[in-house]
Write a protein that binds this ligand. Structure first.
Ligand code: SAM
Length: 325
């Protein structure tokens, strides 16, 4: 068995065991087993002696310190995927690690300083955040926010098992956020309508009539919490600039940010063309911040097309040399 398979088996079997005994969902049980692994003890008091014995045996067979953070993340990602198949909500989907790796690569290219503050206001299971933290060799003070308490618990376990210190907040990110400004935001935006019209009224990007788009409000909120000159990396639907409210968003972005790049993810990564996404990179305006000669506009090939991918990466490198060198 590969290390990832060993960890998958451990997470899966212990989660199944807890699910049955606690009569909860698989994902809830997964968070519980993750907590047990992190604390090195069995925290649930209502378990039978036999289950405790069984769990102890299984936990005892694996020493987490012998596994890399990436192996832990990947195994945990696979068990979450399994759990999400049970009852998936399209807006709660985990960010695939290929997207996370691209965000990490870009963030590494844009962020020159060795240490910075990073916010993910839609942290979900933490997969995007952990992928970035595992691939960015910098000193990062990370903050993650999500409205969904189960996903946030999974994220918190994810961070603990990979020894990343992250400050988590379980709240609506479009309400006031009590955090100091950050240098970088990463977010796989929840797409859809935001039901709270009263709260939305506080945003420039609110809809003139009816519910506002939560993805637009997320962009505005993220920019508010970024330092001047800071970078924001959003995973956006390709149709972001095609809706009837796109004009307002465009104006807002022009006023407050410099558009650095738009990288279209390969369509093959998604169920269909409508579901396809891009990585959108903007920089918050500030003193002495100059726009690039030209924004980085790229359509990424399918990741299996090695040669094409190498060619695009060379192009991206060239863009950085010319614009950020
Ligand atoms: N990057 C995440 C990951 O790897 O698991 C997935 C992000 S998912 C596409 C969008 C997330 O936004 C979901 O976890 C959802 O709970 C969260 N969300 C939606 N509306 C929110 C709100 N108003 N405040 C905070 N989080 C919200």
């Amino acid at each position: 068995m590969t290390p990832i398979e060993q960890l998958f088996t451990l997470f899966n079997e212990t989660a199944l065991c807890l699910q049955e005994e606690l009569d909860c969902s698989y994902l809830e049980a997964l968070a519980e087993t993750g907590e047990n692994l992190f604390h090195g003890s069995i925290l649930q008091e209502e378990l039978s002696e036999l289950t405790v014995k069984r769990l102890k045996k299984q936990y005892g067979e694996v020493q987490l310190e012998n596994y890399s953070h990436e192996d832990i993340r990947k195994a945990y990602q696979l068990v979450i995927l399994k759990g999400m198949k049970e009852n998936v909500q399209p807006n709660h989907q985990m960010t695939p690690d290929t997207v996370g790796m691209l965000v990490a690569y870009l963030a590494g290219k844009f962020m020159k300083q060795p240490a910075f503050r990073l916010l993910d206001p839609a942290v979900g299971t933490g997969n995007l955040l952990m992928t970035v933290l595992n691939h960015l060799p910098k000193q990062i003070h990370a903050i993650g926010v999500d409205i969904d308490d189960l996903l946030l618990k999974l994220a918190y376990v994810n961070a603990n098992l990979q020894e990343h210190s992250v400050q988590f907040f379980n709240q609506d990110s479009l309400e006031s956020l009590f955090i100091d400004p950050v240098d970088i935001v990463i977010a796989d935006l929840p797409v859809g309508y935001y039901p709270n019209d009263i709260r939305a009224a506080d945003y420039q990007l609110k809809a003139d009539t009816g519910h506002s788009y939560s993805h637009h409000l997320f962009i505005e909120q993220s920019i508010r919490h970024t330092k001047p000159g800071g970078y924001l990396f959003f995973v956006i639907p390709n149709g972001l600039f095609e809706s009837e409210q796109a004009g307002k968003l465009h104006e807002f972005l022009k006023e407050n940010t410099i558009i650095q790049g738009l990288l279209q993810l390969p369509i093959s990564m998604f169920k269909n063309k409508q579901a396809a996404k891009s990585i959108f990179v903007v920089q918050k305006k500030g003193e002495d911040i100059k726009p690039p000669k030209q924004a980085l506009l790229v359509a990424l090939p399918s990741l299996s097309k090695r040669q094409e991918m190498d060619r695009i990466l060379t192009e991206i490198d060239k863009w950085f040399q010319e614009n950020k060198g």
